[in-house]
Design a protein around this ligand. Structure first.
Ligand code: LLP
Length: 445
């Protein structure tokens, strides 16, 4: 049975805690909304991932797009992880966090000439090239350089993946990767290039995948290509299998590091070279929460609204992917039932039923959970059960918001970019200050 709360994010005495700090006490010091992370949870995730993959000699490159806060990147670096980057901006951050160039992989379907040059000059360990056109540009740029670069061709293995349509990337017709026959001809065409080391194949088939089957299928397709190339005398010395490992957002579905590591290790037993993965979400998502306050409980017909001070600009995933982030109260003292303070068993519930399984029906009201932004899509959840005692001023917390949340935030409606806070035991550290309108207006004339 899986639990949605963890050893590091849990209830104690009706108070939601992150490590040794209650959310309420943190919110006394830092105005809501803000993102808050558990350092211990992050380190636990990294350790689990390393234990699962490093046993098989598989290298881990953190897909830093999931959360590229400098403090978090430094932790990843201290733990010996490399990074998977998708822009010169990410490369700048990785460098600032002290990540060595020989642990940087550059992915992305539309790298600009400037970005390619910067990466060549930085001396990164691998370019994951996504088109014939990108490879041609890289080859022409290499006329100006002497140090060779390592190339992996990102293959589009054309596998179906059961996840949200906006986050599948390895199916025919997606903009990502290169189709199999073209991969072969590009590999052959550039095999003898003096400065392009045609080194490997790469894939990334999507995100929030909760099943090992598509990995198995996609790796088999990659290995078919490896066999063909090696039979022709070329060497494929690395396979980058991307990320995408799903986490439990409240419906009990996830892909454990152990399961996917075993699948990858088994599928690649006969492969004679380096295997790399690029997890993002699975390392950081459940280490983070978004803390917000109720501005109003708007009683209305035909539905009532819980209007929070957080909005779609702070947490975009519900508007963009219809994602549900479980919402819980930071303090359940006033509720009839103190059941929220017990462990929440996600396998028993769909995330939208999170509160209802713990509180008696009579103690619940169904609300649309919304933010203050002037858009109807500024809706976090519809018909969501919360305690009928919920009132203005209460702190409400979205769980599993460590990945693809803060990084996707914007300042729409001239709202501040909200702070990020790291908790380590009883220490509260602001790892990104609030970015205010005064800060932003400095760049405008
Ligand atoms: N490698 C590549 C080349 C990627 O494009 C991605 C994610 C990853 C690795 C890491 O995937 P992960 O392990 O985090 O699933 N904003 C969306 C997710 C977009 C993922 C994009 N690529 C969301 O909020 O669900």
């Amino acid at each position: 049975m899986t639990t949605l709360l963890t050893e590091q994010i849990y209830y104690d005495n009706n108070q939601l805690q992150i490590e040794a700090c209650s959310i309420s006490s943190i919110a006394e010091q830092i105005p809501t909304p803000f993102y808050c992370y558990s350092k211990a949870r992050l380190l636990t995730n990294i350790t689990h991932c390393k234990e699962a993959f490093e046993n098989y000699g598989i290298d881990i490159h953190y897909a830093m797009k999931a959360n590229s806060n400098l403090h978090i990147l430094r932790l990843m670096n201290q733990q010996g992880l490399g990074v998977d980057m998708v822009s010169a901006g990410e490369m700048r951050r990785a460098e600032a966090a002290g990540i060595p160039a020989n642990r940087m992989i550059f992915s992305g379907v539309g790298k600009s000439e400037t970005e390619l040059r910067q990466a060549i000059e930085t001396g990164i360990c691998q370019f994951n090239v996504e088109s014939a056109e990108e490879l041609a540009l890289l080859a022409s740029l290499m006329n100006e350089y002497t140090r060779p670069v390592n190339i992996a061709l990102r293959v589009n293995p054309n596998v179906a993946v059961d996840t949200h349509k906006h986050i599948t990337t390895g199916t025919k017709g997606n903009k990502f990767g290169i189709e199999a026959t073209q991969t072969l001809s590009l590999f052959r065409q550039y095999a003898d290039h003096p400065l392009l080391n045609m080194n490997g194949l790469a894939m990334h088939i999507g995100s929030q995948i909760c099943d090992t089957a598509p990995y198995h299928q996609a790796i088999s397709r990659l290995l078919e290509l490896v066999n063909i190339l090696e039979a022709e005398g070329m060497k494929v010395s690395s396979l980058d299998l991307g990320g995408g490992f799903g986490i439990d957002y409240g419906d009990g579905q996830k892909l454990s590091f152990e399961a996917v590591a075993k699948t990858i290790a088994e599928a690649t037993t006969d492969f004679n070279g380096k295997v790399v993965i690029e997890p993002g979400r699975s390392l950081i998502a459940d280490a983070g929460v978004l803390v917000s306050r109720v501005n109003y409980v708007k009683q209305a017909e035909p539905r009532s609204f819980l209007i929070l001070d957080a909005a779609m600009n702070d947490l975009m995933r519900p508007a963009l992917y219809q994602a549900i982030h479980p919402l819980v109260a930071a303090n359940t003292t006033d509720y009839d039932s103190n059941a929220q303070s017990s462990e929440l068993k996600s396998s028993e519930l769909k995330s939208s039923e999170l509160n209802s399984s713990e509180l008696k029906r009579s103690e619940l009201m169904n609300v649309d959970v919304v933010g203050p932004v002037c858009e109807s899509t500024d809706t976090f959840a519809r018909d969501y059960p919360v305690s009928s005692r919920t009132k203005a001023g209460d702190l409400m917390v979205f769980l599993c918001t460590g990945a693809y949340c803060s990084v996707m935030s914007s300042g729409y409606n001239s709202r501040d970019i909200i702070p990020e806070v790291m908790i380590s035991n009883d220490e509260i550290q602001i790892i990104r200050q609030r970015i205010t309108q005064d800060d932003l207006m400095k760049f405008e004339v």
